[in-house]
Design a protein around this ligand. Structure first.
Ligand code: BGC
Length: 414
């Protein structure tokens, strides 16, 4: 190395370490695929000279993480960033605990790089208070093709075909549907069935606008019937099971199918299972033209230390960079939220997801996930989750009783 180059490198290192801060990030990405994705974030921050402090809280689709976060914020000890999404972003911002990252967003033209439905959710009173990471699609059905071939079951595209396939798998002694009986997973399955049976307009009116007539109407009755018809195809071990353990059952060929968002794809890939070979992704029955979305995002908390504030801005900028959007989403199973990204490194599931996202946005079939924090307040979400889960787990509750409870749950005040 020439002397001038050496001096330059030294100066760069010094400059970086002068503003090096600590970045603590709360998340619940602890399963195989999720951890690989989180690792890419850590690596990109360390490359900028910052110290990464991992604040991972496993479990229950993030419910435990949010509980821990609340107590940290109340005691005046907030992390730099936390995995918060949907309407909860506004709720946290209105508490006055989040900070504006407008300077980064303006300098990097986020308004032009993000779909409007996303950028609006990242802002509070016009200021960006969060950075989006990805777009997950919820309404997927994951299949093990070897199990289908072995048993003669046919991949389904509508509900009749689905129940035919489930019956064939069951008769062959295979668990037809791998399910994790936790309330957020029950609701994740339920919203997919609601879309598949009732269609996009019904989903929006019932589950997003919480219209009591739809929540207690004939279509909802049909949805509840189809939802409950799936239960006999799950196994006795389902109650309490984590979603990634259900995915592992499909990976190992113990089960034929799983309904789950495409974070499940991250698990297949982390286990070395290849798309089209080890697993197949197909839109859940009746939902091919629609898209239930989850956008993961990091809310930025107010910090006192200037070096940590600088690190927080670097995090926001890194998350939106094309390099990070690619590597993170390849591991996570989702697609980039940044528009105009090349998709050539992504598999067919992701390519289909990207096309369907755009098409669904044009046909009013782009719908926020209720079960995964995107559609309603966390209080309403929690109450609906409980009502749906009680119906799933009860042998006696009628659809009429379930509808009464769901209509009541939708009226929950935050
Ligand atoms: C999140 C995903 C996460 C999944 C399972 C979803 O609500 O949006 O990022 O992988 O839960 O933990």
């Amino acid at each position: 190395m020439q002397l001038t180059t050496f001096v330059l490198v030294c100066l760069q290192v010094l400059a970086a370490s002068a503003r090096a801060g600590e970045i603590e990030v709360l998340h619940w990405w602890t399963s195989g695929g999720e951890a690989r994705a989180a690792q890419s974030l850590k690596a990109s921050m360390q490359a900028k000279g910052h110290t990464w402090k991992d604040f991972a809280v496993a479990g229950s689709g993030g419910d435990s993480a949010i509980t821990v976060l609340k107590s940290r914020v109340v005691s005046g000890n907030a992390p730099a960033a936390a995995q918060i999404k949907g309407p909860s972003l506004q709720a946290w911002a209105s508490e006055g605990v989040l900070t504006s990252i407008n300077d980064v967003a303006k300098a990097e033209h986020w308004d032009a790089l993000l779909p409007k439905v996303v950028s609006e959710q990242m802002k509070y009173k016009g200021d960006y208070i969060a950075v989006p990471v990805n777009v997950h699609r919820v309404n997927w059905l994951w299949l093990n093709p070897a199990v289908f071939a072995r048993t003669g079951a046919k991949p389904p595209s509508n509900w009749d075909e689905f129940f035919d396939a489930a019956e064939t798998l069951k008769e062959a002694g295979v668990i037809a549907v791998a399910h994790g009986g936790q309330s957020w997973q029950d609701l994740t399955l339920f919203e997919t069935v609601a879309l598949g049976v009732g269609g996009a307009e019904f989903y929006r009116k019932a589950l997003v606008q919480l219209d009591p007539a739809e929540l207690g109407g004939v279509t909802m009755e049909k949805v509840l019937g189809t939802f409950k018809r799936i239960k006999p195809y799950t196994d006795r071990g389902a109650p309490g099971r984590d979603w990634n353990l259900a995915t592992a059952m499909v990976i190992k060929g113990e089960a034929g199918m799983q309904f789950m968002g495409d974070w499940a794809k991250g698990e297949f890939l982390a286990a070395g299972s290849l798309p089209g070979k080890g697993f197949i992704c197909t839109p859940a029955p009746g939902t091919a033209k629609a898209f239930i979305y989850v956008v993961d995002s990091f809310a930025m908390f107010k910090l006192k230390n200037p070096a940590n504030q600088a690190a927080q801005k670097d995090l926001a900028s890194a998350v939106m960079s094309p390099e990070f959007q690619q590597v993170f989403n390849l591991n996570k199973g989702s697609i980039p939220v940044r528009m105009g990204m090349k998709m050539d490194k992504f598999d067919d599931c992701a390519k289909a997801s990207a096309l369907d996202f755009t098409a669904a946005a044009k046909s009013a079939a782009l719908l926020p996930s209720v079960a995964n924090g995107m559609a309603v307040s966390s209080a309403v979400e929690g109450a609906i989750k409980e009502a749906v889960s009680q119906f799933w787990n009860s042998d006696k509750m009628t659809p009429a009783e379930a509808m009464k409870r769901i209509v009541g749950a939708a009226k929950t005040r935050p």
